[in-house]
Design a protein around this ligand. Structure first.
Ligand code: BEZ
Length: 212
């Protein structure tokens, strides 16, 4: 999957029932993220963190979907462990679907495998892949971590804030940007146009190359 590609409208079994990606997303943004396996420590804590942050994703009109090559029954059983790890009220529902890709169709099609991490049959496990999909169903961002490196879900929220801001405004966000910080004028906007676009003023710095 390359940036700008329309994400395949796959059908899959999930803990929320049979789903078809584009119907599930509707007008929302989506984050599809894979993990190596159910009942493993890093994955349990990662999905626990994603569950804690799920109201933050909802606030941004983003629907989360997890995925691994485990079965639906394993996902149902494991989600109870994740909720218990988080000390969530017993009986409450896990907040987003976990897709069962036990036939390995999606992980192979979407390049979500980690060749270094194998199951007990020697088959590669899914890596920690993150795909952010826009309301137009196009891929907006992808990050691929190996199985041995847990993700930072605060960073995923941060990049979504940038993606949503830059989707609607002619700005770019600088290194380590956080909502509320200053933004940058993309280099393709001429200085004269930028002065009209940003009447509150622009900070520029002269550099040895002569460029600002
Ligand atoms: C884990 O989730 O703990 C894990 C899974 C695969 C490789 C390493 C760690």
């Amino acid at each position: 999957m390359l940036l700008g590609d329309v994400f395949p409208n796959f059908e899959a079994d999930s803990t929320f029932g049979q789903m078809k990606l584009h119907d599930f997303l509707g007008d929302s943004w989506g984050v599809l993220f894979s993990h190596p396996g159910d009942f493993t420590p890093v994955c349990t804590i990662e999905l626990g963190r994603a569950a804690q942050l799920s109201p933050e994703f909802s606030k941004r009109n983003v629907k989360l979907m997890a995925l691994s090559v485990d079965s639906l029954q394993e996902h149902h059983d494991w989600s109870k462990d994740i909720m218990a790890y988080n000390n969530t009220e017993p009986g409450s529902q896990f907040p987003f679907p976990i897709i069962a890709d036990d036939r390995r169709e999606l992980v192979e099609k979407l390049g979500m495998l980690d060749p270094e991490e194998k199951d007990r049959n020697g088959m590669p496990l899914s890596a920690r892949c993150v795909f952010v999909i826009g309301p137009d169903k196009k891929l907006k961002l992808s990050i691929l971590y190996p199985a041995t490196t847990g993700r930072n879900f605060d960073e995923i929220l941060r990049v979504i804030d940038s993606l949503q801001l830059t989707a609607h405004n002619r700005v770019a966000t600088p290194v380590d940007w956080r909502p509320g910080n200053s933004v940058m004028v993309p280099p393709r906007i001429p200085e004269t146009e930028a002065a009209t676009l940003f009447p509150a003023g622009i900070y520029t710095k002269d550099l040895p190359s002569g460029k600002k």
